[in-house]
Design a protein around this ligand. Structure first.
Ligand code: FMN
Length: 184
C-alpha cells in the first residue's frame, strides 16, 4: 500500500511546531541606522536557532519579493519630517494581505521619542495594525558627518544644535526577536 503523504499546511519553512522557523526582516534606511537595527534583529533570530533574511526596500524590486517561504516578517523604517518611512508604509499597504496571514513585527527608528513605534503603527492598514505581534522603538542617531547640507540645515533649525547625538538602543533587538519568534 502506498504511504499516505500528509498535505503540507505550513506555508513557511517550518514542517511542524518546534522546528526552526524562517523570518524576513524588511527595512528602509537612509543613513544606515535602521539597517543596523535590522541586522541586530536578524542576528538575534539566528542566535535563537532560527533562520533570518534581510530585505532592503531601497533595492529595485524588493517590495515585490515572495513572502511564502517565511514564517514571520518584521518591517522597520526611520522617521523623517514627522512621517514614518514612505517605503515602509507603501510595503505594508501593498502587501497587507500577505502580511496579515503571518506573525508580523514592526520597528521604528527616530530621534523624537514622542513618535516611536505607536506612531509608526498608526500608519499601517487597520487590519495589519491590529495584528502586530512584536513592536519596538529603538531610538535614533543624528550623525552630522553623514547628513547632506539641507538635512543639516533642517536638523539645526528643528533641534537647535549641530552636535551629533544618539539615542539608539539595539539592546532591545533580542526581546523583539523573541516576541516575533514566539508568535510564529
Ligand atoms: C532631515 C531630518 C529630519 C528628521 N526628522 C525626524 C522626525 O521627524 N522624527 C524623528 O523621530 N526623527 C527624525 N530624524 C532623525 C532620524 O530618524 C534619525 O537620524 C534616524 O537614525 C535615521 O535613520 P536611518 O539612518 O535609518 O535613515 C530626522 C533626521 C533628519 C536628518
Amino acid at each position: 500500500m502506498a504511504a499516505y503523504a500528509a498535505p503540507n499546511f505550513f506555508k513557511g519553512a517550518r514542517k511542524g511546531p518546534g522546528d526552526p522557523m524562517k523570518a524576513l526582516i524588511v527595512f528602509d534606511s537612509k543613513h544606515g541606522t535602521t539597517e543596523e537595527a535590522a541586522q541586530s534583529i536578524a542576528a538575534a533570530v539566528k542566535e535563537a536557532g532560527h533562520a533570518a533574511d534581510l530585505l532592503d526596500l531601497r533595492k529595485k524590486g524588493a517590495a515585490a519579493v515572495a513572502l511564502s517561504g517565511y514564517d514571520a516578517v518584521a518591517l522597520g523604517g526611520p522617521f523623517y519630517a514627522g512621517r514614518w518611512s514612505r517605503r515602509a508604509r507603501a510595503f505594508a499597504a501593498a502587501r497587507r494581505a500577505d502580511l496579515s496571514g503571518l506573525p508580523f513585527g514592526l520597528f521604528a527608528i527616530g530621534s523624537n521619542p514622542d513618535l516611536g513605534d505607536k506612531a509608526a503603527r498608526s500608519t499601517l492598514p487597520p487590519s495589519l495594525a491590529s495584528a502586530v505581534s512584536a513592536s519596538a522603538y529603538f531610538g535614533g542617531r543624528l550623525d552630522f558627518e553623514r547628513l547632506g547640507r539641507l538635512e543639516r540645515f533642517i536638523v539645526e533649525k528643528v533641534a537647535g544644535t549641530t552636535e551629533s547625538s544618539s539615542t539608539l538602543d539595539l539592546g532591545q533587538a533580542n526581546g523583539f526577536a523573541a516576541a516575533l519568534i514566539g508568535a510564529a
